[in-house]
Design a binder for this molecule. Structure first.
Ligand SMILES: [Cu+2]
Length: 161
């Protein structure tokens, strides 16, 4: 990308803004971000340009789960994963499940909520959240899980259209 420094700053601002609210400009701004799938390995975060969807992270007497478990988003959308109960929870993609040409972009798109490769920070209390952009991620279905509760089946998928 052309201006890596300013793109990173802009991404941080956009991700931060989405973390605080639900507004996101949904327009043709998504087009340039979604177009160069082949350039996805740059590792530069692509900010959310569409809708920010909400997924709850829950642990209660019925078990540990993401709600909804499977979600479909459009190119340029993002997902805000919010702690509801029973944590700690995080959002992690198994690197082995993510195609090589998606990995760097998805990793970068975890933005300030990233803790390790393809793995978010841990949320510890109700209301804390992790926001991930799916801008510039090629169409496909990507499985994710909560690291602390993987063995208890806390898993989901995001399908990017
Ligand atoms: Cu969990």
């Amino acid at each position: 990308m052309r201006f890596i420094g300013s793109a990173l700053v802009a991404s941080a601002i956009v991700l931060g803004a989405c973390g605080g609210g639900e507004k996101a400009p949904a327009t043709d701004a998504a087009a340039p971000a979604a177009a160069p799938a082949a350039a996805a390995a740059t590792g530069t975060a692509a900010p959310i340009t569409g809708t920010t969807h909400e997924v709850k992270m829950i642990g209660d007497e019925k078990g540990y789960r993401f709600e909804p478990k499977d979600i479909t988003v459009k190119a340029g959308d993002g997902i805000k994963f919010t702690f509801v109960s029973g944590g700690p929870h995080n959002v992690a993609f198994n690197p082995a499940d993510i195609p090589a040409d998606v990995k760097a972009q998805l990793d970068a798109n975890m933005g300030p909520d990233k803790l390790a490769e393809l793995s978010s920070k841990m949320t510890m209390a109700a209301g804390e959240s992790v926001t991930i952009s799916f801008a510039n991620i090629k169409a496909g279905t990507y499985p994710f899980n909560c690291t602390p509760h993987l063995a208890m089946g806390m898993k989901g998928t995001v399908t990017v259209q």
